[in-house]
Design a protein around this ligand. Structure first.
Ligand code: GLN
Length: 526
C-alpha cells in the first residue's frame, strides 16, 4: 500500500485525495516511510520534517472532510531545495556557514505551496550555494543518483531530482541559475522547468546570481511540473524583478499536449551549437530519435545558428562569480550563521575572515575570488562589462532564432550522469557540463527538460531540453506533454519504471563527505 502511493504522480495522488480513496496522512506517511528506507543510500534530503508533515497532512484531511474548497495539489507532499527559506526547517544552502540556520520567514514559493495545502516533506541536498553540476560540493556529502549509486545526480539541485526519481517525493522545488533544475532532471530521468526570468518569485531564495536565478518545479511528468508551476508562479510584490502579468494555466497547457498529441504547424529549431562534437554518442542518438518523433507528429524541424552561444560559458563564469561574490558578502558571521573566533580573539575583520575560511567550501571560495577579481577597479570593463556585452549578443541570437521557430531544442546535457570524482579535480570540466543550459539563463527565457530514453552505452537517462521565448512557458508544457505522451505510448510505461531495483538499506551505502572536503563515496553497487 505505502509503496504504491509513492509511485503515483502528483496529479494521480490529487485525484485519489479528492475522491477520498486516500488521505493526505496516508500519502505523506508513505513518502516518509520511503525516505526512511532509501535515503540512507540516496542522501537526497538534508532535513526531513516527519512530525510537521504529518500534522499538516492531518489538518488538510480535516479541512477536506469539513467540505473546504482546496487547491488541486492540496494534501500532496513536496520536497524543497535547501536554498529556499523555510520558517520551520533549517535552510543552509548546503553550506557549513548556515548550519542549523532557521530563517524568520518563508520564501514566497514556500508560502504559496503551503497555502495551496501542499505538504513540505523536508529540505533537499544541493551543491553549496547552488554552485556545481553534481551535488558533490555539498558540505554535507553528495547525493547519489538513484539509477547508479556510483554516479552523480546532477547539480546543483541533485537532491530534489534524486528525491523525485527515487519516489521519495512526487514533486519538488529547485532553483536554476545555469541549469540546476534541468541538468539534474536530465541525468535522473525526471522533468525540470526553469521558468521565464521573473515568472516565479525569488523572495526568500538564497541568492546565487540575481540576474540569472529562477525557482522552478521538478517532477516525474510534465503535467506535474505544470501543476506546481501554477501554484508557485505569478507576481510577487516582494520581488522587484517579478513580472506583473497574468499567466495562463500551465496545467491546461500540459493537458492540451497530452490529449492532442500533435505537433502540426509547430516549428522546432535545433541549435547547431548545442550538439555534435563533445556530446556523448548515446545522447546524440536519443536526441536524433526524438527529432524524428517530432517530425512524425507533424513538427517542422529547422537547423538554427546561434553563433554567440559558443561564448556562453565564458560569459556566465564571469557574471555568476561577480554577482555571487557580492551576494555572499552578507555571510560575515555578524548577522547570522557560523562565527569562528581566532585563538586569542581578534578584530571584527579577523573574525569575519576566520568564519568565512571555515564556513565556505573550496568551490564557493574559488568563485568568490574569481568574482572579486573580475569586479575589481580597472578590471570591471574588461571582464564583467565584456561578459554583459556577450550576454546581449546571446539574447540577440535567441531573438533571431525565435523569429524563425516556435521552440528551440537540444540535449539537456552533453553526457549522462558521470561518476563521482570524475570532474572535481578540474573545475573547467565541471563548468563545461553546463554548455546546454546556460544560454537560457543568460537570456531569461524558459527551459524544460524531459527524459527521452536511456543511452545505449550506459543505460542512463538522457534529457531533451526545450526552450521558448520569454513569457511563453505554456508552450513548453504543451510541447513537453506531447513528446512525453508519444514516447510513453511507444515504451508502454514511464521511464522511471526502468529504474533498477536495488538494495536500498541505509546501512548498505556509506555516504562520505564531498570530494575536496574528505574522501569520495564508494563506487556503484547497482
Ligand atoms: N552548474 C551551474 C553552476 O555551477 C549551475 C548553477 C545553478 O543553476 N544554480 O553555476
Amino acid at each position: 500500500m505505502s509503496t504504491d502511493l509513492t509511485r503515483l504522480t502528483a496529479a494521480q495522488l490529487s485525484e485519489k485525495l479528492v475522491s477520498g480513496e486516500v488521505s493526505s496522512v496516508e500519502a505523506t506517511r508513505a513518502h516518509l516511510d520511503r525516505i526512511d528506507s532509501v535515503d540512507g543510500a540516496i542522501h537526497a534530503y538534508l532535513h526531513v520534517a516527519h512530525d510537521a508533515a504529518l500534522e499538516r497532512a492531518a489538518e488538510i484531511d480535516s479541512q477536506r472532510a469539513a467540505g473546504a474548497s482546496l487547491g488541486a495539489l492540496a494534501g500532496v507532499p513536496i520536497a524543497v531545495k535547501d536554498v529556499l527559506c523555510t520558517l520551520d526547517m533549517p535552510s543552509t544552502a548546503a553550506s557549513k556557514i548556515l548550519e542549523g540556520w532557521i530563517p524568520p520567514y518563508d520564501a514566497t514559493v514556500v508560502a504559496r505551496l503551503r497555502s495551496a495545502g501542499m505538504i513540505p516533506l523536508g529540505k533537499t541536498n544541493m551543491d553549496e550555494f547552488a554552485m556545481g553540476s553534481s551535488t558533490e560540493y555539498s558540505a554535507y556529502g553528495p547525493t547519489r543518483n538513484p539509477w547508479d549509486h556510483g554516479r552523480i545526480p546532477g547539480g546543483s539541485g541533485g537532491g530534489s531530482a534524486a528525491a523525485v526519481a527515487a519516489f521519495e517525493a512526487p514533486v519538488a522545488l529547485g532553483s536554476d541559475t545555469g541549469g540546476s533544475i534541468r541538468q539534474p532532471a536530465s541525468v535522473t530521468g525526471t522533468v525540470g522547468v526553469k521558468p521565464t526570468y521573473g515568472g516565479v518569485s525569488r523572495y526568500g531564495a538564497i541568492a546565487l546570481a540575481s540576474s540569472l536565478d529562477q525557482v522552478g518545479p521538478v517532477s516525474r511528468t510534465v503535467l506535474d511540473a505544470a501543476l506546481v508551476h501554477d501554484v508557485i508562479g505569478g507576481h510577487d510584490p516582494r520581488d522587484s524583478t517579478s513580472l506583473d502579468e497574468m499567466w495562463p494555466s500551465f496545467e491546461a497547457a500540459a493537458r492540451k499536449g497530452q490529449q492532442e498529441r500533435s505537433l502540426k504547424g509547430v516549428r522546432v529549431g535545433v541549435v547547431k551549437q548545442l550538439g555534435g562534437e563533445g556530446f556523448q554518442a548515446g545522447v546524440t542518438q536519443r536526441f536524433t530519435e526524438a527529432l524524428a518523433l517530432m517530425e512524425r507528429a507533424g513538427a517542422e524541424i529547422v537547423e538554427v545558428e546561434a553563433p554567440n552561444f559558443e561564448y556562453a560559458i565564458a560569459a556566465y563564469y564571469l557574471i555568476l562569480p561577480a554577482e555571487a561574490s557580492s551576494n555572499l558578502a552578507k555571510f560575515d558571521s555578524v548577522r547570522f550563521g557560523l562565527r569562528v573566533t581566532p585563538e586569542g580573539g581578534g578584530t571584527v575583520e579577523q573574525v569575519m575572515a576566520a568564519s568565512r575560511e571555515a564556513g565556505f567550501g573550496p568551490e564557493v571560495k574559488r568563485r568568490i575570488i574569481l568574482g572579486t577579481y573580475a569586479l575589481s577597479a580597472g578590471y570591471y570593463d574588461a571582464y564583467y562589462g565584456s561578459a554583459q556585452k556577450v550576454r546581449t549578443l546571446i539574447q540577440r541570437d535567441f531573438d533571431a532564432a525565435f523569429e524563425k521557430v516556435d521552440l528551440l531544442v537540444s540535449p539537456s546535457a552533453p553526457t549522462t550522469a558521470f561518476e563521482f570524482g570524475s570532474k572535481t579535480e578540474d573545475p573547467l570540466s565541471m563548468y563545461l557540463n553546463d554548455i546546454t543550459t546556460i544560454p537560457a539563463n543568460l537570456a531569461g527565457v524558459p527551459g524544460l527538460s524531459l527524459p527521452i530514453g536511456l543511452a545505449p552505452e550506459d543505460g542512463l537517462p538522457v534529457g531533451l531540453q526545450v526552450m521558448a521565448p520569454a513569457r511563453e512557458d505554456a508552450r513548453l508544457y504543451t510541447f513537453g506533454a506531447t513528446i512525453e505522451a508519444l514516447l510513453e505510448e511507444g515504451w508502454g510505461h514511464p521511464i522511471l519504471d526502468l529504474l533498477p531495483a536495488q538494495p536500498v538499506s541505509g546501512e548498505a551505502a556509506h555516504i562520505a563527505p564531498a570530494p575536496g572536503q574528505g574522501t569520495e563515496p564508494e563506487g556503484g553497487t547497482l
